[in-house]
Structures are given as C-alpha cells and as structure tokens.
Write a protein of this length. Sequence first.
Length: 543
Amino acid sequence: MDSPKPTGTTTIHIQGLGDARGLVLSSGVRQFFGIPYGRLSKRWTRATMATSWEDSYHDGTVLGPSPPSPPEFTFDDEPSTLLPVPPFAHLGKATVDELNCLVVNITVPPLSMSRRGGPWPVMVFIHGGAFLSGSSNLPAYDMGRLVSHSVTIGKPVVGITISYRVRFGGFLASKVIRTELERDGFSGNGNFGLTDQQLALNWIQRYVHEFGGDCKNVTILDALLEPVSFRRAISMSGTAISFPCWSEAEHELWFRALLKAAKIPYDSPNALQKLRAVPERQLAALSSSVNGVTAGSCLPCDDGFFLDAKALYDPDRTTEIFPQDLESYMVGDARDEGMIFGYDISLDGNDRSYLLGVLLRHMSSDAASEILKLYQVGPELPTADIQHTMCLMAADAIFHMPTWLSAQRSPIKSTTYAYHFDQESTIPGEGLGLAHHAHDLMYIFGNWPETPGAGQLELSRRMQNAYIRFAYGKEPWECFESRGCWKTWGPDCTESLQKEEHETSSTRRYQRMKEIVRKRLWKEFAAAMDEVAYKRSKIKEGL
C-alpha cells in the first residue's frame, strides 16, 4: 500500500516553545515529527521535561531519533517481521541517538477545523516490544490514516505516538545506579523507560492544547496501566499483570551479566562509567549474549518508588493496577499470541521433561500434573506437539489470562469493553494464516505492506470507528458487565459479539484458564511460563 504522501508544509506556534514546521497530508491532516518531550544528560538517569526549543524552532518534517534496539530487532531499511509496513519514503531514515530519542510524533486535524472546532480527544499510542525494542518511528504506528478517518466521520482526534528508552538503556538497575540517582537528586532504581512514558504523558498534559487537543480527555492505547493519570485506556495484548517485576537483587544479576559481556570487572570502582563509555549500538548488540535468547524481554524493577510489585503479577490484586480516575477501559488479545514465542521455545531441550522440570520449580508435583492434564501433555505426545502446546501455554499465561482477568475484575465494569482479534494475516511470512500478536495494529492505524482487500479495509474502518467512539467517551460496543460479551473481530473480516461461554471449548479454551485461577495456580503457572517463553534463568547460568 502506498505511503501517505504530503502535499505541503505548515507551521504551528506553540506557546513557550516556538514554531514547529510540519507536513500536510492530502486529507488536510497535519503531522509534526520528532518533538522532544524529555532531556537527558547521560545514560541511566531520569529525564527532565523539555520546555524549550533551540532558537524557538522545531523541524517536524523529518523523523526524530530512535532509541537503540538490539540488532535482531532493528529495522533500518527493511520492514519488521510482525509489522511488515515499509518505511515512508518522504520521512527518510531515523537516526539512533540514546540521549535525544525522547520524542513524540503528533498528528492533528486540518488547520481549517482548528478555526471552528476543538479541543479534540487525544489518542496516545505507547508502543509495545516487551520493553526490548521499538520506537514511535515505525511506519506501522503512523497516525496519519487514523486521524484522517476520524475527520472523515466527523469525530476528529489528535493522535500522538511516544518513543521511550528500551532494553539496557531503559531498564537496567543496580546498586550503583540507585546511588548515583540519589546523588543527582532523583529517586528509584532503573525503570527509565517507564518514567520516560510518565514524563511524556505529563508533557502532553502541558502542551497538547496548543495542538488542539483536550488535555482532560486523553485515551492511552496499548496501556499497561502504569501509575499515570488519564481518562481512558486500551490494553492491547498485555496488561500490567502480564509481566513479573524483578527485585533489585535480580536486577543486580542482570547488571553483572551485562558487565561480564562488556568485559568490565563487576568490582571495578568505575564500572558504571566504563559501561557508559561503551557505544550505544555495541551495548545493544550484547542483548542476546546477556539474556541467552534472541527475543526475551526486559522487566521493571521493584524499586519502591515507581512500582509496587505486590500489585503486579497477582490476579488477586488485579483491581489495584487501575488508576483511580480511569473512566472507561478496553482490553483485548489476539488469537495466536503464542507465535512470538515459537523460535526460542523450539530450541533444544524443550520436551516434556523440560516442561515438567520448569513447572516443578514453581509449584507442587500435584499442581504440575494438573497443569499437564489441562493442556493434555501426556508422555506419548510428540516433542513438536509439546513445543506447540508450550507456545499456547505461554500465550495463555502472558496474554489471554491477564486479558480475561482484567475484564472480569475491572472495578468499572459498566464502562469496560472486551474484545478478541481473530482476523488472520494474509501477508507472506511466519505470520501467514495467523491472527498473531500486533497484527491488529495494521487494522487500527490503517497502514499496510500491501493494498488490503475490500473486506479487510471495511473491517479496518469498523475497528477505527469503535476506537474513535471510545475516545469520545461513547460505547464502542456492549459493555462487559451487561452479558459478559466479547467483541470479536474476524475471522474472514467478520464482526460479532459473543458471550464468554462461546469460548469455553474453542479458540481460547477459557475453561482451563478458569480452572487454573479457581485452584489458585495462576501466579505459579505464569511464573513457569515466563521462564518457558523468555528463559530468564540463562542470565544466571552465564555468570
């Protein structure tokens, strides 16, 4: 599909910052790229809010810098595997700069509308990537088509995407990092990527009205429900209880592993300074050797400042992750989430004995046997089938069960809306024929690697309509409290509203999930599947 082509440029004056130059699309929608929201003085420090522009001017016609990602997840000139949308030719290639990557891309309705309307609801997308990789510059995340559609249907929105620090730059924590932060007047330990997100949302609250946005009506897309204030949230394939939170002691092991990979002695008095001297791309390239797997993920730190780990990864405390002023909530998942775990799970040693061993490290023998029975993993099951089942188990623990629990235990059930994305990919590659993780983003943002069929385009429009209605505080579909129904997008470009009982014996098989929760095994099951999917024990093995 052709990238949106700008027809000209425009300038907007932002009080206190200066003039920003941007692009105008054929729809009249305006885009301003690479606007800095945070400043960094060095690696592994808290960012401070950007409240000025050099010479009171910002060129928003080009992409801002991206944060460093591991080379396995850096797509400079080629589309990513999950989101194979090619780069937009008119934007060029983003640079990589860890100290200048804290930027937002802002898409706003046409200038003609700003003279007679607004302020408009704000939709802020926080990209995923397991805190390992990604940036707001991926073409799949471009808000141009979504905002253009909002204008077409008479419900204009302001669209914003955020970049934040990922991987080592965003989540490394250590005793020496805590000490240095305190010396510099900051608090906590690690969690830099999360405090970046918080800072970006605070910047948006301060300046979005200058772009025509309503700072009192902000919807977060792909929210993990961090401790940040906003009115509406959409959790797409993951919630705050999807990932464990490491203790500071566990993070210290990760720090030691990184030092070892960088050939820096752990007991060196200047270890942190020496690590800062390692070039950013070289540091990012150490990811696989430190984690022991290609994919993996980064974890927040239970630092007693930004996060309360007790409320995370615990189904009994699900309601505690919801901000107090949240008015409405949408939560959903994709049918074939487990596809993203396939490569690492296929590595040698992943047979029934391996699976049983992992389960036994986290639960009793009887509980492990119950889990194997629920997933029909008998001694006679072939290894290939066991590995496929492990992908399903990991998807249940990390995506499907947290989604189900968040819908079931939402404290605002009358304004909670649940969905499933079951639309299969028609794009050649490993995701072909699967309703895989992140595939829904192409339908929401309307950016495609190829021209979509009429049915796909119509489904995309219906999904966009629902998300925009939600941002306006309207019902996107029947609330979950009414009959426990899930909006289901797909397969075959269909749309339906299904009661939960429909899922007990097909697709997501909620009956086994309910059994795991009923027997109070979810926390142990989730921890075991986190090990199966991400092989975190390999970090300790490498020391």
